[in-house]
Design a protein around this ligand. Structure first.
Ligand SMILES: [Zn+2]
Length: 435
């Protein structure tokens, strides 16, 4: 009996794997001809992803970030200047030769943002400067570790670099970055301590090869990060030897549906890059000073977060993220004209709507919409066409044979305008799916 239960649990877990959900809901695919670890997003998948990206950009703008765009490739010199080149060589793609110069597909965004910072003299008044980008990055991963959207060779990082004047600004910006992560996680219904936790990743002073050699700077940076975490009054674990080569970091560890923990976002303290890039600003007294930098992500790699959310919601995405929000199911040929009018109205109102105008039975249409996990179905027949109403069925409603109590999710007949108002509010408030 116990075995049976365990087997069933395992089977359910497999069904919640984002690779299975992605195939069934037609969200993304892979092609051997394109290459391993290079996802192709379908129309539905792209819609979901675009909503996610819009949310991140809009939220970051509201939180005082400045969004920029920088190229996917750069001269190898740039990564030599940043010091990434020797450290990340193994995970970078081979250089591309153009004319007499060598270029790399970028594995990170930092040096691009620093060069942008250097494009003109900066004043203390501009700091902290929060430079953000949805940056496409390329990293070589062994083919054995590639897995769906969680380990890919091309991904988009919601990245940012916050140039700060001093340690006081650093501390305040690190706090704000963690607040932003909390806010974004909260929109998805994820809770600190339950769905995610903090990890303080430290450097090993003895390992001079892996970490930049400056014991005093390491002590101070690690002190700031640990203070921030203690002030948040939350549990955190310390991970020795997990820091970046340029400084310690706070990792936000997400707990996947399988129970496995994964680093989803990081907030890093950097005292090395400002020196390498000579990131200076003119201070209040007219003197030139060296800045400090926070590297941070708000939602990590879009691909990995999309995979996490698909598994977390078991494919039942909140209405605002659902690729198709409403499916109109005409009962018969006679209701098609009315169904088209409704479709037009919903489209005008910015709702993502689909019309099931094929010759299938209503039962089959409902099963299809259920299988695609479309949040709302509008069943329309002659009766609805006459009264100007729609029969609303929410995804996951039991079949018509079910008892009245079980059928509570069946919203029932209502005016089209009332339905539009209801879903607009759900989209606007980013309401979470029930249950
Ligand atoms: Zn960075």
């Amino acid at each position: 009996m116990a075995d049976e239960k365990a087997n069933q649990l395992e089977e359910n877990l497999d069904l919640r794997d984002h690779r299975v959900i992605g195939r069934e809901l037609d969200l993304f695919t892979f092609s051997d001809t394109v290459g391993k670890g290079l996802p192709l997003w379908t129309v539905r998948g792209t819609t979901f992803r675009r909503e996610l990206e819009r949310f991140i950009v809009d939220t970051e703008l509201a939180w005082g970030y400045q969004h920029v765009m920088t190229p996917d490739i750069a001269k190898i010199e740039l990564y030599e200047k940043s010091g990434h080149y020797p450290y990340y060589k193994e995970t970078m793609y081979a250089p591309i030769k153009i004319d007499d110069e060598e270029f790399m597909l970028r594995p990170m965004t930092c040096p691009h943002h620093f060069e942008l910072y250097l494009s003109k003299p900066r004043s203390y008044r501009e700091l902290p400067m929060r430079i953000a980008e949805l940056a496409k990055l390329y990293r070589y991963e062994l083919s054995g570790v590639l897995s769906g959207l969680t380990r890919v060779r091309s991904f988009c990082l919601a990245d940012a670099h916050i140039v700060c004047a001093d340690e006081v600004q650093m501390k305040s910006e690190i706090k704000k970055a963690l607040d932003l992560i909390d806010y974004i996680a909260g929109v998805f219904g994820l809770k600190m301590g339950e769905n995610y936790s903090y990890r303080l990743s430290l450097g090993d002073r003895a390992n001079k090869k892996k970490y930049y050699d400056n014991d005093v700077a390491w002590d101070r940076a690690e002190g700031v990060l640990s203070e921030v975490l203690k002030e948040r009054k939350c549990d955190f674990v310390e991970a020795p030897d997990e820091a970046a080569f340029y400084g310690p970091k706070i990792d936000v560890q997400m707990k996947k549906i399988s129970g496995v923990e994964e680093t989803a976002f990081t907030v890093q303290y950097d005292f090395v890059m400002p020196k390498r890039f000579d990131l200076k600003y003119i201070d209040r007294d007219g003197s030139e000073k060296l800045a400090l930098v926070v590297h941070r992500s708000s939602i990590g790699a879009i691909e990995r977060s999309a995979a996490f959310l698909l598994e977390h919601f078991n494919g039942n995405l909140p209405l605002w993220l659902a690729p198709v929000q409403v499916s109109i199911l005409p009962v018969s040929e006679k209701a098609i004209d009315y169904a088209r009018t409704i479709q037009l109205q919903l489209k005008k109102d910015g709702v993502r709507v689909e019309l099931a105008d094929d010759a299938e039975s209503l039962g089959k249409k409902i099963r299809n919409a259920e299988a695609m996990k479309i949040p709302y179905m509008l069943i329309v027949g002659e009766k609805e066409a006459e009264s100007g109403q729609v029969s609303v069925r929410a995804h996951g409603s039991p079949s018509h044979e079910a008892s009245a109590e079980q059928r509570q999710k069946d919203v029932g007949a209502m005016e089209l305008s009332a339905f539009i108002e209801k879903i607009k509010k759900e989209i606007e408030t980013k309401a979470l799916p029930e249950g």
